[in-house]
Design a protein around this ligand. Sequence first.
Ligand SMILES: [Zn+2]
Length: 281
Amino acid sequence: MDHKDIWQNPQPKEETTKDNSAPVLNDPQLGPSEWHKSYPLAQGSRQSPIDIVPARAVFDPSLRPLVVTYESCTSLSISNTGHSVMVEFEDTDDKAAISGGPFQDPFRLKQFHFHWGRTHSQGSEHTVDGKPFPCELHLVHWNGRKYATFGEAAAAPDGLAVVGVFLEIGKEHSSMNRLTDALYMVKFKGTKAQFGGFNPKCLLPLSLDYWTYLGSLTTPPLNESVTWIVLKEPIRISEKQLEKFRMLLFTSEEDQRVQMANNFRPPQPLKGRVVRASFKA
Ligand SMILES: [Zn+2]
């Protein structure tokens, strides 16, 4: 299976379906429930996302505050990967990185992308007490001190650090406009546009209180290489802004159009893992 096609379902029969995003998740040939056939790791011991139950999270006073140093970060491009919209960064050094938290080394920013629903009632990958948010931002970082390349880091159990930020519906997020206004350029799968000078620090909430646990990538190849940092405080964007994400397509220009939405994997079994909290409940 081409992992770029995991969400895509250009089957003509789906044309008659009212909710044309649902088959992507529900089609037994393509949805996350079938990934294990091509990627046995889908049933591994530290898969993501998970449902976070705050009452079961363990406050760990040894966890340091998360330090985000994105001041001089250089965004390069925005692209439609066929399963999300992604903004990529120059990552030849640690000038845009996170540190502190549970980490010994800084982790440099590689890219960010989003997961969202066709309706507001779903969309995030992580859930809190079983409740999904309409959208979730993932800021993907790798350990450039310990590993030579992103690929090498992604193959190691401690190579990646992903910061998850929940998005809920509220008033317009002014910094998000630059991004949502660029989405029309990458409507089709495989398209890419220049996107310089965007600093994702503007997408973080005021509080950097977090839950952390050991997990995986949430799309194939599902590598168990991620230390997750899920921020407790959501950010807000307007309905209109979220609608712009739903204008994107899973499909290429020449294919039958399938709306990009519901591009989330549901929560996976905890399998004995402990979620630690940087804050007292
Ligand atoms: Zn993601």
